[in-house]
Design a protein around this ligand. Sequence first.
Ligand SMILES: Cc1ncc(COP(=O)(O)O)c(C=O)c1O
Length: 378
Amino acid sequence: MKLFDVYPRFPVEITKGQGNYVWDKEEQRYLDFYGGHAVISIGHSHPHYLNRIKSQLDKIGFYSNSVEMPIQEELAEKLGRASGYEEYFLFLVNSGAEAIENAIKMASFGNDRTRVIAFENAFHGRTSSAVQLTDNPNIVAPLNKGIEVLRLPLNDTDALQKNMNDQVAAVIVEGIQGIGGMDEPSGPFLKEIQSLCQKFGASFILDEIQSGYGRTGDFFAHQLHEGVRPDLITIAKGMGNGFPVGGLLIAPHFKATYGLLGTTFGGNPLACAASLAVLEVYEQENILENVKKTGKDLIEKLRPIKSVKNIRGRGLMIALDFDFPIRDLRQSLMADHFIFTGSAKNPNTVRLLPPLTISQEDTDKFITAFTKAIENIQ
Ligand SMILES: Cc1ncc(COP(=O)(O)O)c(C=O)c1O
């Protein structure tokens, strides 16, 4: 059997990871400024993370949600405290798209409607509802077209006001657009969504799958704006530091009934152990402070680089625009300087999403290599 060939891949085989670095099979070391699609939060192979997962595995790897799961309760409690959403409920799933599917279902269960407002350049995943909310018609199959999606420009309050009514089930927005290139909903725009959702009985869904879990230096990107309190918040990526896990934070006004949502693997003991380890390391190592400090420093050092036309993002979620396609630049960073970076929807945009444990030394190393790589390709 051969693999279904859907991924363009770098010709590198990664065999080991530690901290902010990964190694290929020839023992070449790479600085990771991409974190495998923004997934690595506490660094590769963190010892506490490994021990937590290994010792859980020694006890039991899996049982289903048909029995009591105190480790899920421990995770919910810890996440509530870390995020400032203690009064919300947690529903555990296995991926980002699955969190989105369940968010949309909760909204629609709550108000019996099928129309959703999403924004231009959004990415919310590839499963049936999530892919419709994603702004990329090429990956929507005919069968997926079950909800009515109204796509509006981000931060266009007039368009939002004109289109909000009692037919809308939900408005969904990313804390900061990831693949779209780090455009950000403004505080007043988020508050307008919130108040229009309240007025018309729609659900306000914040997709924090990429921008959450400390990536911006706040636990959630939307928490920069005081008073923004969504009905549903989706999480994944950094939550498990590579262990497949996602979740949905659900406001207290939603009522659970048996069988309303469900999953076989969601919330399994290993996923919970991995997620608890991540939150424990956040506490022990002051990860959010590190993101604020290194993110600010990185942006300040990127700003004077002449070829960088525009910088967007916050913390360790940064997009850089050039006036040329960045393919050769990323290639040079990889082949000549052994640094991983990311791309975005716009071919002229580089995305930086390093582990949240990145150090001053690593950011300095990145700046030196980045400057040289730009000179190289020009
Ligand atoms: C903002 C956002 N939402 C949803 C998803 C989908 O997550 P997953 O790939 O885990 O299904 C992604 C993945 O990149 C994302 O960035």
